[in-house]
Design a protein around this ligand. Structure first.
Ligand SMILES: NC(=O)c1ccc[n+]([C@@H]2O[C@H](COP(=O)([O-])OP(=O)(O)OC[C@H]3O[C@@H](n4cnc5c(N)ncnc54)[C@H](O)[C@@H]3O)[C@@H](O)[C@H]2O)c1
Ligand SMILES: [Fe+2]
Length: 405
Protein backbone atom coordinates (compact mmCIF):
# COMPACT_ATOMS: atom_id res chain seq x y z
CA UNK A 1 0.00 0.00 0.00
CA UNK A 2 1.17 3.51 -0.78
CA UNK A 3 2.08 5.36 2.44
CA UNK A 4 -0.20 8.30 3.19
CA UNK A 5 2.80 10.63 3.00
CA UNK A 6 3.22 9.87 -0.70
CA UNK A 7 0.01 11.27 -2.06
CA UNK A 8 -0.69 14.78 -0.83
CA UNK A 9 -2.23 15.88 -4.15
CA UNK A 10 -4.50 12.88 -4.21
CA UNK A 11 -5.37 13.72 -0.62
CA UNK A 12 -6.28 17.30 -1.41
CA UNK A 13 -8.54 16.14 -4.25
CA UNK A 14 -10.15 13.55 -2.00
CA UNK A 15 -10.90 16.22 0.60
CA UNK A 16 -12.49 18.46 -2.04
CA UNK A 17 -14.59 15.59 -3.36
CA UNK A 18 -15.78 14.38 0.01
CA UNK A 19 -16.89 17.67 1.51
CA UNK A 20 -19.46 20.16 0.36
CA UNK A 21 -17.67 23.11 -1.17
CA UNK A 22 -18.74 25.62 1.42
CA UNK A 23 -17.15 26.79 4.65
CA UNK A 24 -19.05 28.29 7.53
CA UNK A 25 -17.77 30.22 10.49
CA UNK A 26 -19.76 31.05 13.62
CA UNK A 27 -18.19 32.92 16.51
CA UNK A 28 -19.64 34.54 19.61
CA UNK A 29 -20.69 38.19 19.36
CA UNK A 30 -18.25 40.09 21.59
CA UNK A 31 -15.09 38.94 23.36
CA UNK A 32 -12.73 40.55 25.84
CA UNK A 33 -9.25 39.38 26.75
CA UNK A 34 -6.71 40.35 29.37
CA UNK A 35 -5.99 40.43 33.09
CA UNK A 36 -8.88 42.04 34.96
CA UNK A 37 -11.24 42.22 31.99
CA UNK A 38 -14.03 40.64 34.08
CA UNK A 39 -14.97 44.21 35.11
CA UNK A 40 -16.67 44.61 31.70
CA UNK A 41 -19.57 42.47 32.95
CA UNK A 42 -21.07 45.65 34.40
CA UNK A 43 -20.64 47.67 31.19
CA UNK A 44 -22.00 44.91 28.93
CA UNK A 45 -24.99 44.23 31.19
CA UNK A 46 -25.88 47.95 31.24
CA UNK A 47 -25.41 48.28 27.48
CA UNK A 48 -27.81 45.39 26.88
CA UNK A 49 -30.33 46.56 29.48
CA UNK A 50 -30.05 43.39 31.61
CA UNK A 51 -31.47 43.64 35.11
CA UNK A 52 -30.74 40.39 36.95
CA UNK A 53 -28.13 37.68 36.47
CA UNK A 54 -28.49 33.91 36.86
CA UNK A 55 -24.94 33.06 37.94
CA UNK A 56 -23.90 29.49 37.05
CA UNK A 57 -20.69 28.12 38.54
CA UNK A 58 -19.53 25.10 40.58
CA UNK A 59 -18.78 24.49 44.23
CA UNK A 60 -14.97 24.31 43.87
CA UNK A 61 -14.92 27.71 42.23
CA UNK A 62 -16.84 29.10 45.19
CA UNK A 63 -14.38 27.36 47.56
CA UNK A 64 -11.31 28.69 45.75
CA UNK A 65 -12.68 32.25 45.80
CA UNK A 66 -12.97 32.52 42.01
CA UNK A 67 -16.74 33.03 42.10
CA UNK A 68 -16.23 35.91 44.57
CA UNK A 69 -14.26 37.76 41.88
CA UNK A 70 -17.49 37.90 39.85
CA UNK A 71 -19.93 38.62 42.68
CA UNK A 72 -17.70 41.59 43.65
CA UNK A 73 -18.19 43.06 40.17
CA UNK A 74 -21.97 42.44 40.30
CA UNK A 75 -22.33 43.91 43.77
CA UNK A 76 -20.34 47.04 42.99
CA UNK A 77 -22.49 47.59 39.88
CA UNK A 78 -25.71 46.90 41.87
CA UNK A 79 -26.65 43.99 39.60
CA UNK A 80 -28.76 41.49 41.56
CA UNK A 81 -28.02 37.80 40.96
CA UNK A 82 -29.20 34.30 41.78
CA UNK A 83 -26.39 31.79 42.36
CA UNK A 84 -26.70 28.28 40.87
CA UNK A 85 -23.88 25.87 41.71
CA UNK A 86 -25.42 22.42 41.26
CA UNK A 87 -22.80 21.56 38.65
CA UNK A 88 -20.48 18.56 38.80
CA UNK A 89 -17.36 18.13 36.71
CA UNK A 90 -18.61 16.23 33.63
CA UNK A 91 -22.13 17.66 34.15
CA UNK A 92 -25.31 15.60 34.01
CA UNK A 93 -28.83 15.95 32.66
CA UNK A 94 -30.04 16.64 36.22
CA UNK A 95 -27.55 19.55 36.54
CA UNK A 96 -29.20 21.16 33.50
CA UNK A 97 -32.81 20.34 34.43
CA UNK A 98 -32.44 21.62 38.00
CA UNK A 99 -30.86 24.74 36.55
CA UNK A 100 -33.80 25.31 34.20
CA UNK A 101 -36.20 25.16 37.17
CA UNK A 102 -34.00 27.51 39.23
CA UNK A 103 -33.69 29.96 36.33
CA UNK A 104 -37.48 30.11 35.93
CA UNK A 105 -37.90 30.94 39.61
CA UNK A 106 -35.09 33.50 39.65
CA UNK A 107 -36.61 36.29 37.58
CA UNK A 108 -33.21 36.68 35.87
CA UNK A 109 -32.95 37.95 32.29
CA UNK A 110 -29.38 36.84 31.48
CA UNK A 111 -26.88 34.16 32.47
CA UNK A 112 -23.33 34.54 33.73
CA UNK A 113 -21.40 31.27 33.33
CA UNK A 114 -18.14 31.03 35.25
CA UNK A 115 -15.99 27.94 35.12
CA UNK A 116 -14.38 25.32 33.11
CA UNK A 117 -16.28 23.51 30.38
CA UNK A 118 -18.55 21.89 32.97
CA UNK A 119 -20.13 25.11 34.29
CA UNK A 120 -20.24 26.82 30.90
CA UNK A 121 -21.77 23.74 29.23
CA UNK A 122 -24.40 23.44 31.99
CA UNK A 123 -25.26 27.12 31.48
CA UNK A 124 -25.53 26.57 27.73
CA UNK A 125 -27.96 23.69 28.27
CA UNK A 126 -30.03 25.77 30.71
CA UNK A 127 -30.14 28.74 28.33
CA UNK A 128 -31.24 26.53 25.42
CA UNK A 129 -34.00 24.70 27.30
CA UNK A 130 -35.44 27.85 28.91
CA UNK A 131 -36.04 29.27 25.42
CA UNK A 132 -36.79 25.93 23.71
CA UNK A 133 -38.88 24.05 26.32
CA UNK A 134 -39.76 21.23 23.94
CA UNK A 135 -36.20 19.93 24.59
CA UNK A 136 -36.68 19.70 28.38
CA UNK A 137 -35.76 15.99 28.35
CA UNK A 138 -32.18 17.08 27.36
CA UNK A 139 -31.56 13.75 25.60
CA UNK A 140 -33.23 15.10 22.45
CA UNK A 141 -30.52 17.81 22.28
CA UNK A 142 -27.77 15.29 21.45
CA UNK A 143 -26.08 15.80 18.09
CA UNK A 144 -27.54 18.61 16.01
CA UNK A 145 -30.88 19.57 17.59
CA UNK A 146 -33.45 21.57 15.70
CA UNK A 147 -33.90 24.35 18.27
CA UNK A 148 -35.68 27.42 16.94
CA UNK A 149 -34.69 30.06 19.50
CA UNK A 150 -31.41 31.46 20.71
CA UNK A 151 -30.43 30.56 24.26
CA UNK A 152 -30.90 33.05 27.10
CA UNK A 153 -28.17 35.70 26.53
CA UNK A 154 -25.04 34.45 28.29
CA UNK A 155 -21.76 36.01 29.40
CA UNK A 156 -19.18 33.18 29.63
CA UNK A 157 -16.00 33.48 31.69
CA UNK A 158 -13.59 30.53 31.42
CA UNK A 159 -11.55 29.59 34.50
CA UNK A 160 -9.59 26.82 32.76
CA UNK A 161 -7.49 27.24 29.62
CA UNK A 162 -8.87 24.27 27.75
CA UNK A 163 -12.35 23.77 26.40
CA UNK A 164 -13.04 27.17 24.77
CA UNK A 165 -16.71 26.56 25.62
CA UNK A 166 -17.14 30.37 25.65
CA UNK A 167 -16.68 30.52 21.86
CA UNK A 168 -17.90 27.12 20.67
CA UNK A 169 -21.31 26.00 19.46
CA UNK A 170 -21.04 22.79 21.50
CA UNK A 171 -21.82 21.58 24.97
CA UNK A 172 -21.33 18.16 26.50
CA UNK A 173 -23.70 16.59 29.02
CA UNK A 174 -23.68 13.11 30.59
CA UNK A 175 -26.70 10.86 30.27
CA UNK A 176 -26.05 8.77 33.38
CA UNK A 177 -28.70 6.12 32.59
CA UNK A 178 -27.16 5.40 29.20
CA UNK A 179 -23.57 5.89 30.56
CA UNK A 180 -23.02 8.28 27.68
CA UNK A 181 -21.49 11.69 27.11
CA UNK A 182 -23.80 13.53 24.74
CA UNK A 183 -22.16 16.09 22.48
CA UNK A 184 -24.75 18.73 21.58
CA UNK A 185 -23.99 20.95 18.60
CA UNK A 186 -26.20 24.01 18.23
CA UNK A 187 -25.32 27.53 17.02
CA UNK A 188 -28.18 28.83 19.20
CA UNK A 189 -26.14 28.05 22.32
CA UNK A 190 -23.20 30.34 21.64
CA UNK A 191 -22.58 32.85 24.45
CA UNK A 192 -23.18 36.48 23.50
CA UNK A 193 -20.14 37.73 25.41
CA UNK A 194 -16.91 35.82 26.13
CA UNK A 195 -14.76 37.33 28.88
CA UNK A 196 -11.35 35.66 28.91
CA UNK A 197 -9.63 36.92 32.04
CA UNK A 198 -6.44 34.98 32.86
CA UNK A 199 -6.61 36.11 36.51
CA UNK A 200 -9.55 33.71 36.92
CA UNK A 201 -7.16 30.88 35.98
CA UNK A 202 -4.33 31.60 38.44
CA UNK A 203 -5.85 29.28 41.07
CA UNK A 204 -5.82 26.23 38.80
CA UNK A 205 -3.61 23.51 40.35
CA UNK A 206 -0.79 22.03 38.25
CA UNK A 207 -2.66 18.87 37.23
CA UNK A 208 -5.70 20.82 36.03
CA UNK A 209 -3.53 23.35 34.16
CA UNK A 210 -1.71 20.49 32.43
CA UNK A 211 -4.81 18.47 31.52
CA UNK A 212 -6.90 21.40 30.29
CA UNK A 213 -3.95 22.79 28.31
CA UNK A 214 -3.56 19.41 26.60
CA UNK A 215 -7.31 19.48 25.84
CA UNK A 216 -6.72 22.75 24.00
CA UNK A 217 -3.75 21.22 22.14
CA UNK A 218 -5.94 18.25 21.20
CA UNK A 219 -8.59 20.62 19.82
CA UNK A 220 -5.96 22.38 17.75
CA UNK A 221 -4.36 19.21 16.36
CA UNK A 222 -7.59 17.31 15.69
CA UNK A 223 -9.18 20.20 13.86
CA UNK A 224 -5.98 20.97 11.94
CA UNK A 225 -6.08 17.48 10.39
CA UNK A 226 -9.84 17.00 10.04
CA UNK A 227 -11.05 16.80 6.41
CA UNK A 228 -13.18 19.94 6.90
CA UNK A 229 -10.14 22.09 7.81
CA UNK A 230 -9.51 25.08 5.55
CA UNK A 231 -7.35 28.20 5.39
CA UNK A 232 -9.05 30.06 8.21
CA UNK A 233 -9.30 27.15 10.65
CA UNK A 234 -5.69 26.22 9.85
CA UNK A 235 -4.61 29.76 10.70
CA UNK A 236 -6.28 29.52 14.12
CA UNK A 237 -5.00 26.04 14.88
CA UNK A 238 -1.36 26.57 13.93
CA UNK A 239 -1.24 29.73 16.05
CA UNK A 240 -2.88 27.89 18.95
CA UNK A 241 -0.37 25.00 18.71
CA UNK A 242 2.54 27.46 18.72
CA UNK A 243 1.24 29.34 21.75
CA UNK A 244 0.49 26.16 23.70
CA UNK A 245 3.90 24.65 22.89
CA UNK A 246 5.59 27.85 24.10
CA UNK A 247 3.53 28.46 27.24
CA UNK A 248 1.85 25.37 28.66
CA UNK A 249 4.83 24.01 30.58
CA UNK A 250 5.60 27.45 32.02
CA UNK A 251 1.96 27.82 33.16
CA UNK A 252 2.13 24.38 34.82
CA UNK A 253 5.52 25.03 36.47
CA UNK A 254 4.50 28.42 37.83
CA UNK A 255 0.79 29.14 38.04
CA UNK A 256 1.58 32.80 38.73
CA UNK A 257 3.49 33.22 35.44
CA UNK A 258 1.23 35.96 34.14
CA UNK A 259 2.66 35.86 30.61
CA UNK A 260 2.15 32.10 30.24
CA UNK A 261 -1.32 32.21 31.83
CA UNK A 262 -2.41 35.01 29.50
CA UNK A 263 -1.03 33.22 26.42
CA UNK A 264 -2.79 29.97 27.40
CA UNK A 265 -6.08 31.79 28.00
CA UNK A 266 -5.90 33.15 24.46
CA UNK A 267 -4.52 30.01 22.80
CA UNK A 268 -7.42 27.85 24.01
CA UNK A 269 -9.91 30.44 22.69
CA UNK A 270 -8.13 30.60 19.31
CA UNK A 271 -8.22 26.80 19.06
CA UNK A 272 -11.95 26.97 19.82
CA UNK A 273 -12.57 29.44 16.99
CA UNK A 274 -11.35 26.73 14.64
CA UNK A 275 -12.59 23.45 16.08
CA UNK A 276 -16.09 24.72 16.77
CA UNK A 277 -16.45 25.31 13.04
CA UNK A 278 -14.64 22.33 11.49
CA UNK A 279 -14.99 19.58 14.08
CA UNK A 280 -12.69 17.19 15.93
CA UNK A 281 -11.80 13.51 15.61
CA UNK A 282 -11.54 10.24 17.49
CA UNK A 283 -9.32 11.49 20.33
CA UNK A 284 -12.49 13.20 21.54
CA UNK A 285 -14.70 10.25 20.55
CA UNK A 286 -12.50 7.98 22.67
CA UNK A 287 -12.19 10.46 25.56
CA UNK A 288 -15.95 10.94 25.98
CA UNK A 289 -16.74 7.33 27.05
CA UNK A 290 -13.92 7.53 29.63
CA UNK A 291 -15.74 10.52 31.13
CA UNK A 292 -19.07 8.65 31.08
CA UNK A 293 -17.73 5.32 32.47
CA UNK A 294 -15.16 6.51 35.03
CA UNK A 295 -15.65 10.29 35.36
CA UNK A 296 -12.13 10.70 33.95
CA UNK A 297 -11.34 14.44 33.66
CA UNK A 298 -11.81 15.42 30.00
CA UNK A 299 -8.34 16.91 29.57
CA UNK A 300 -6.56 13.88 31.07
CA UNK A 301 -8.43 11.51 28.74
CA UNK A 302 -7.56 13.56 25.66
CA UNK A 303 -3.96 14.16 26.65
CA UNK A 304 -3.32 10.47 27.19
CA UNK A 305 -4.95 9.34 23.95
CA UNK A 306 -3.65 12.09 21.65
CA UNK A 307 -0.27 10.57 20.62
CA UNK A 308 -1.77 7.11 20.04
CA UNK A 309 -4.47 8.52 17.77
CA UNK A 310 -1.95 10.76 15.98
CA UNK A 311 0.05 7.63 15.12
CA UNK A 312 -3.11 5.95 13.81
CA UNK A 313 -4.19 9.00 11.80
CA UNK A 314 -0.77 9.30 10.15
CA UNK A 315 -2.16 6.71 7.71
CA UNK A 316 -4.53 9.27 6.19
CA UNK A 317 -4.53 12.11 3.68
CA UNK A 318 -3.66 14.40 6.61
CA UNK A 319 -0.12 12.97 6.99
CA UNK A 320 1.62 15.85 5.15
CA UNK A 321 0.17 18.28 7.71
CA UNK A 322 2.05 16.64 10.60
CA UNK A 323 5.24 18.46 9.61
CA UNK A 324 3.42 21.79 10.17
CA UNK A 325 2.38 20.57 13.61
CA UNK A 326 5.96 19.60 14.46
CA UNK A 327 7.18 23.03 13.27
CA UNK A 328 4.54 24.83 15.36
CA UNK A 329 5.67 22.71 18.34
CA UNK A 330 9.16 24.20 17.88
CA UNK A 331 10.88 21.39 15.95
CA UNK A 332 13.30 22.35 13.16
CA UNK A 333 11.68 20.51 10.23
CA UNK A 334 14.00 21.79 7.49
CA UNK A 335 14.72 18.97 5.06
CA UNK A 336 12.45 16.48 6.79
CA UNK A 337 10.49 13.98 4.74
CA UNK A 338 6.79 13.57 5.38
CA UNK A 339 7.44 10.38 7.40
CA UNK A 340 10.03 12.21 9.51
CA UNK A 341 7.50 15.01 10.03
CA UNK A 342 4.92 12.53 11.31
CA UNK A 343 7.42 11.05 13.76
CA UNK A 344 8.57 14.49 14.90
CA UNK A 345 5.02 15.70 15.56
CA UNK A 346 4.08 12.63 17.61
CA UNK A 347 7.34 12.82 19.58
CA UNK A 348 6.92 16.54 20.29
CA UNK A 349 3.41 15.97 21.65
CA UNK A 350 4.60 13.04 23.79
CA UNK A 351 7.54 15.06 25.14
CA UNK A 352 5.30 17.96 26.16
CA UNK A 353 2.81 15.57 27.77
CA UNK A 354 5.54 13.76 29.77
CA UNK A 355 7.15 17.05 30.81
CA UNK A 356 3.91 18.12 32.51
CA UNK A 357 3.29 14.73 34.17
CA UNK A 358 0.29 13.55 32.15
CA UNK A 359 -0.32 9.81 32.78
CA UNK A 360 0.72 7.79 29.72
CA UNK A 361 -1.34 4.59 30.08
CA UNK A 362 -5.06 4.00 30.58
CA UNK A 363 -4.39 1.40 33.30
CA UNK A 364 -2.88 4.20 35.43
CA UNK A 365 -6.18 6.11 35.47
CA UNK A 366 -8.62 3.38 36.47
CA UNK A 367 -9.72 2.12 33.06
CA UNK A 368 -10.76 -1.58 33.19
CA UNK A 369 -9.49 -3.81 30.40
CA UNK A 370 -12.77 -5.75 30.24
CA UNK A 371 -14.64 -2.51 29.42
CA UNK A 372 -12.62 -1.84 26.24
CA UNK A 373 -15.10 -3.45 23.79
CA UNK A 374 -17.98 -1.36 25.21
CA UNK A 375 -15.81 1.78 25.24
CA UNK A 376 -14.96 1.18 21.58
CA UNK A 377 -18.62 0.92 20.56
CA UNK A 378 -19.46 4.13 22.44
CA UNK A 379 -16.49 5.94 20.88
CA UNK A 380 -17.36 4.80 17.37
CA UNK A 381 -20.91 6.18 17.79
CA UNK A 382 -19.69 9.55 19.13
CA UNK A 383 -20.52 12.69 17.11
CA UNK A 384 -16.78 13.52 16.75
CA UNK A 385 -15.99 10.29 14.83
CA UNK A 386 -17.26 11.81 11.59
CA UNK A 387 -14.43 14.39 11.72
CA UNK A 388 -11.60 11.88 11.87
CA UNK A 389 -9.23 12.09 8.90
CA UNK A 390 -8.89 8.28 8.67
CA UNK A 391 -12.11 6.33 8.19
CA UNK A 392 -12.27 4.14 11.27
CA UNK A 393 -14.08 1.12 12.74
CA UNK A 394 -14.98 -0.29 16.14
CA UNK A 395 -12.13 -2.82 15.73
CA UNK A 396 -9.55 -0.10 15.02
CA UNK A 397 -10.71 1.97 17.99
CA UNK A 398 -10.53 -1.09 20.21
CA UNK A 399 -6.93 -1.66 19.06
CA UNK A 400 -6.00 1.94 19.92
CA UNK A 401 -7.53 1.60 23.41
CA UNK A 402 -5.57 -1.62 23.92
CA UNK A 403 -2.33 0.00 22.76
CA UNK A 404 -2.93 2.85 25.20
CA UNK A 405 -3.90 0.48 28.00
N1 LIG B 1 -18.27 23.14 25.06
C1 LIG B 1 -17.21 22.68 24.44
O1 LIG B 1 -16.94 23.05 23.31
C2 LIG B 1 -16.33 21.69 25.14
C3 LIG B 1 -15.08 21.37 24.59
C4 LIG B 1 -14.28 20.45 25.26
C5 LIG B 1 -14.72 19.90 26.45
N2 LIG B 1 -15.95 20.20 26.96
C6 LIG B 1 -16.44 19.62 28.23
O2 LIG B 1 -16.00 20.44 29.30
C7 LIG B 1 -15.86 19.64 30.49
C8 LIG B 1 -14.47 19.78 31.06
O3 LIG B 1 -14.21 21.12 31.38
P1 LIG B 1 -12.80 21.57 32.00
O4 LIG B 1 -11.76 20.65 31.53
O5 LIG B 1 -12.66 23.00 31.72
O6 LIG B 1 -12.95 21.31 33.57
P2 LIG B 1 -14.22 21.36 34.55
O7 LIG B 1 -15.09 22.50 34.24
O8 LIG B 1 -14.84 20.00 34.55
O9 LIG B 1 -13.53 21.62 35.96
C9 LIG B 1 -12.80 20.59 36.60
C10 LIG B 1 -12.56 20.97 38.07
O10 LIG B 1 -11.65 22.05 38.12
C11 LIG B 1 -12.17 23.09 38.93
N3 LIG B 1 -11.67 24.38 38.44
C12 LIG B 1 -11.98 25.00 37.28
N4 LIG B 1 -11.32 26.17 37.17
C13 LIG B 1 -10.58 26.30 38.29
C14 LIG B 1 -9.72 27.31 38.79
N5 LIG B 1 -9.45 28.43 38.10
N6 LIG B 1 -9.15 27.12 39.99
C15 LIG B 1 -9.40 26.00 40.71
N7 LIG B 1 -10.21 25.01 40.30
C16 LIG B 1 -10.80 25.16 39.11
C17 LIG B 1 -13.67 22.95 38.82
O11 LIG B 1 -14.29 23.57 39.91
C18 LIG B 1 -13.82 21.45 38.78
O12 LIG B 1 -13.83 20.92 40.08
C19 LIG B 1 -16.13 18.21 30.07
O13 LIG B 1 -17.46 17.84 30.39
C20 LIG B 1 -15.91 18.24 28.57
O14 LIG B 1 -16.59 17.21 27.88
C21 LIG B 1 -16.73 21.10 26.34
FE1 LIG C 1 -12.01 18.85 24.45
Amino acid sequence: MLHACNFPIFAAKLILLTKKYMNRIILNETSYFGAGCRSVIAVEAARRGFKKAFFVTDKDLIKFGVAAEITKVLESANIPYELYSDVKANPTIANVQNGVAAFKESGADFIIALGGGSSIDTAKGIGIVVNNPEFADIKSLEGVADTKNKAVPTFALPTTAGTAAEVTINYVIIDEDAKKKMVCVDPNDIPSVAIVDPELMYSMPKGLTAATGMDALTHAIESYITPGAWAMSDMFEIKAIEMIAQNLKAAVDNGKDTVAREAMSQAQYIAGMGFSNVGLGIVHSMAHPLGAFYDTPHGVANALLLPYVMEYNAESPAAPKYKDIAKAMGVNVDGMTCEEGVKAAVEAVKALSISINIPQKLNEIGVKEEDIPALAVAAFNDVCTGGNPRPTSIEDIEKIYRKAF
